[in-house]
Design a protein around this ligand. Structure first.
Ligand code: GDP
Ligand code: MG
Length: 252
């Protein structure tokens, strides 16, 4: 069992080391909300990954037959949620459905994605270069590239050690702020984070999928959820700082 001293605060001592002697089980989890027309190409890339042992689609209260479309792909497991729980809740349901030690998340609506893109995100974890690897779009559609130049760490394409995901308290609440919650937790536990470039990959924006008005409404809701996730992380950081201080004060 780990021991903690006042000079070494608890959150600084956590490490995530994968056993290099054995390839850990890798699961690709695809949270999807009404992606029946787009998910096929992502599933083809995921199924061809040389590192993935499992491909899981979490259809999150979809009304367009996403679950049925995904289930037609051989080797793909579908978790069909009866009602919408949000992206983070769906990711969490995917994680509960597998015992994989390495989790990869990928959006269901990507364009230009190949299995090599996915493998390039997973590989650094298998070689113990990092505990989380994030894929960043480049050379695809203008708006996808532009968004990721401004906020490269908010990408939904990422692989991470299981413990990093399960270590985030109440992650389901983060909804579309899930990437922020994961980034903040990685910072908190000093996990090593790497970025890889996904050349020629783009995403499909809400405005394209839902139309301008509904798309803008969904985007505002997403920003709200991201802000909430950030606030929760800052609160946790403040609590850590207090705990840290009270450990080092001479009278404790
Ligand atoms: N499971 C689940 N997935 C969602 C939900 N909302 C969005 N997603 C998925 O998350 C990914 C990114 O969402 P999207 O709306 O395309 O965001 P954008 O690309 O930033 O505009 C896509 O694969 C969506 O299908 C949700 O409520 N539940
Ligand atoms: Mg999208």
């Amino acid at each position: 069992m780990a021991t903690y001293s006042s000079s070494k605060p608890r959150w600084k001592t956590e490490t995530f080391v994968l056993d290099p002697a054995r390839k850990p089980k890798v699961a690709i989890i695809i949270p999807a909300y009404n992606e029946a027309t787009r998910i096929g190409r992502v599933l083809r890339a995921a199924s061809a990954s040389k590192y993935a042992d499992e491909v899981i689609v979490v259809a999150d209260g979809c009304t367009d037959g996403t679950a049925a479309v995904a289930a037609k792909n051989p080797g793909v497991r579908v978790v069909d949620l009866p009602f919408n729980v949000g992206k983070a809740g769906a990711m969490s349901a995917g994680v509960k459905a597998t015992d994989a030690a390495v989790l990869m998340f990928v959006d269901a609506d990507l364009d230009g994605l190949s299995s090599e893109h996915l493998d390039s995100i997973i590989r650094p974890l298998l070689t113990n270069q990092c505990e989380m690897c994030i894929g960043v779009f480049r050379g695809g559609k203008f708006w996808s590239d532009a968004a990721q130049r401004v906020t490269p760490f908010y990408s939904g394409q990422r692989a991470l050690v299981r413990k990093l995901f399960t270590g985030v308290p109440n992650i389901e609440e983060a909804r579309m702020g899930v990437e922020i919650a994961l980034n903040e937790h990685a910072k908190r536990v000093r996990a090593r984070v790497l970025r890889v470039v996904l050349v020629g990959v783009s995403n499909c924006h809400k405005e394209q999928k839902m139309g301008l008005t509904k798309g803008i409404q969904a985007r505002s809701k997403m920003f709200q959820e991201m802000i909430e996730a950030k606030k929760r992380a800052l609160k946790r950081r403040r609590r850590d700082r207090w705990r840290d201080r009270s450990n080092t004060w001479p009278w404790t």
